[in-house]
Design a protein around this ligand. Structure first.
Ligand SMILES: NC(=O)C1=CN([C@@H]2O[C@H](COP(=O)(O)OP(=O)(O)OC[C@H]3O[C@@H](n4cnc5c(N)ncnc54)[C@H](O)[C@@H]3O)[C@@H](O)[C@H]2O)C=CC1
Length: 485
């Protein structure tokens, strides 16, 4: 197995940085419970060094041409792809996700973001606006300054890249704080950036718990904060950003609906429900955890789903055949067990899974509940684990009303062969990202983000540029200026 211990806990101003006075930050391999690396949280001195470096580097980085900035990002994308195997192994050690997932969805997704925004960087412009009398105005698209990125533990390198790629493309610099649960791969991304030619200070990584995140968010030198995390943390971070009128992007949690009509392709709908609930052992923010199934197809759907769930392969995440890894931590598994107990108590039927297998680490078997009603805890709260709730419905109106009956609004999906109905449903969904006849695909070209309590702002696509730059308007007079006196 590869050595997971990094050179140092942090990466600041182009070099690894350690400060052993910081709180202990052990890295646990979720498949065994073993400690695989020992890091330290950032001390105030480390936080200061990172913010100082990011502020000092910003003007020069922004003054480079977009094409030059883009070239560095695209070189970094190539390095990520070339080292995908090693990076995937790091990501599997950090998160416990099966290697068959990390090989295709983590460093490769990060590379896509760097390539996409690297390509856009040279084309970011303002516009010319003709005005009466020969006057005109133009807009300059300018960087915001120092951005702070804060990550969750489910897609560590992907989150770091989805935030840094548009930020850097626009001429900002970034201080990134990974989740304390998965601190390793952001350091690899930082090394790769500098190997690709990124000037020191443009991308910095500091480790730490919530207090380090809070110290970054409240620093007056920071112009923008982008968080991927839970709704409770999002409320705190958004409020702290608002106090200083900082720009903010919040990618938060969800309890998304997946609506399956009688006329759906059954096999495809079952596949989507599996992907929407059990990929990454259910630790995906956009998961479709409320699966609404129309009465006519309900029993066939549940039968086929529970049959196919027998084929799930739990075990060593480094084994390419493994399809279900452990939960990220003992704590997260306890939370999931609590929800499963609640589901049973409140009267839902546990058709499959939800048990602790005889394996080391933090495994739990994928759980399928039927007979779930809208008021049950498992249908209302984000679980962030492999727990699927199947809810029966009769009519389209009913499905839409119940799908939207949640404080969250991250994502939604619909399965039907009726085109008009599919588009009616997505028009009615109160969600930022929707899928028709598939689920959970998030290519970099498509905006991604939430409505309602699931967040504000969008990541990926051209839309992200709006959240990492601002327009300056310039009025140019071509005539003498007059005054009333
Ligand atoms: N919408 C999206 O794109 C995604 C959302 N998520 C959400 O993330 C959650 C799971 O991730 P967790 O890491 O457990 O979330 P979390 O909210 O506990 O932590 C997220 C990050 O915020 C930091 N943090 C905590 N308190 C802070 C504070 N007061 N100020 C600044 N930073 C602070 C943490 O150290 C961590 O890096 C789930 O609710 C999930 O739905 C996860 C992935 C993607």
């Amino acid at each position: 197995m590869i050595n997971a211990q990094p050179h140092a806990s942090h990466f600041v101003n182009g070099v690894p940085l350690e400060d052993a006075n910081g709180a202990a930050l052990p890295v646990i391999y979720p498949a065994t419970g073993d400690t695989i690396a020992e890091l330290h949280a950032a001390t105030p001195a480390v936080i200061e060094a990172a913010l100082f470096a990011a502020e000092a580097a910003q003007a020069e980085w922004a003054a480079m041409s977009g094409t030059e900035r883009g070239r560095i990002l695209r070189r970094a994308a190539d390095l990520l792809r070339r080292r995908n195997q090693a990076l995937s192994e790091i990501e599997t050690l950090d998160t416990g996700k099966p290697i068959q997932e990390t090989l295709v969805a983590d460093a490769t997704s990060a590379a896509d973001a760097l390539e996409y925004f690297g390509g856009l960087a040279g084309s970011l412009t303002g516009e010319h606006i003709q005005l009466p009398g020969g006057d005109f105005a133009y807009t300059r698209r300018e960087a915001l300054g120092v951005c702070v990125g804060i990550g969750a533990w489910n897609y560590p390198i992907q989150i770091a890249a989805w935030k840094s790629a548009p930020a850097l493309a626009c001429g900002n610099t970034m201080v990134f704080k990974p989740s304390e649960t998965t601190p390793l791969s952001a350091l690899k991304l930082a090394e790769i950036f500098f190997e690709a030619g990124l000037p020191p200070g443009v991308f910095n990584v500091v480790q730490g718990y919530g207090d380090v995140g809070a110290a970054l968010v409240t620093d007056p030198r920071v112009a923008k904060v982008s968080l991927t995390g839970s709704v409770p943390t999002g409320k705190k971070v958004y409020a702290a950003a608002a106090a200083q009128m900082k720009h903010a992007t919040m990618e938060l949690g969800g309890k998304s609906p997946l609506v399956i009509f009688d006329d759906a392709d059954l096999e495809s709908a079952v596949s989507a429900a599996i992907n929407a609930n059990f990929y990454s052992t259910g630790q995906v923010c956009s998961n479709g955890t409320r699966v609404f199934v129309q009465a006519g197809i309900h029993d066939a759907f549940v039968k086929r789903l529970s049959d196919r769930m027998q084929n799930a392969r739990l075990g060593d995440p480094m084994d390419p055949e493994t399809t279900i890894g452990p939960m990220v931590s003992a704590r997260q598994r306890e939370i999931v067990e609590g929800f499963i107990a609640k589901g049973k108590d409140e009267g839902a039927t546990l058709v499959a899974g939800g048990t602790i297998p005889d394996l080391p680490g933090f495994f739990i078997t994928p759980a399928l509940f039927t007979g779930v009603t809208d008021d049950m805890t498992i249908a209302r709260d984000e679980i962030f684990g492999p727990v699927m709730s199947v809810l029966r419905f009769e009519t389209e109106d009913e499905a839409l009303r119940r799908a939207n009956d949640t404080e969250f609004g991250l994502a939604a999906g619909v399965f039907t062969r009726d085109l008009a109905r599919a588009h009616r449903m997505v028009a009615g969904f109160e969600a930022g990202t929707c899928w028709i006849n598939t689920y959970n695909l998030t290519p970099v070209e498509m905006p991604f983000g939430g409505a309602k309590m699931s967040g504000i702002g969008r990541e990926n696509s051209r839309a992200a540029i709006e959240h990492y730059s601002q327009l300056k308007s310039v009025y140019v007079a071509m005539n003498p200026t007059e005054a009333p006196f």
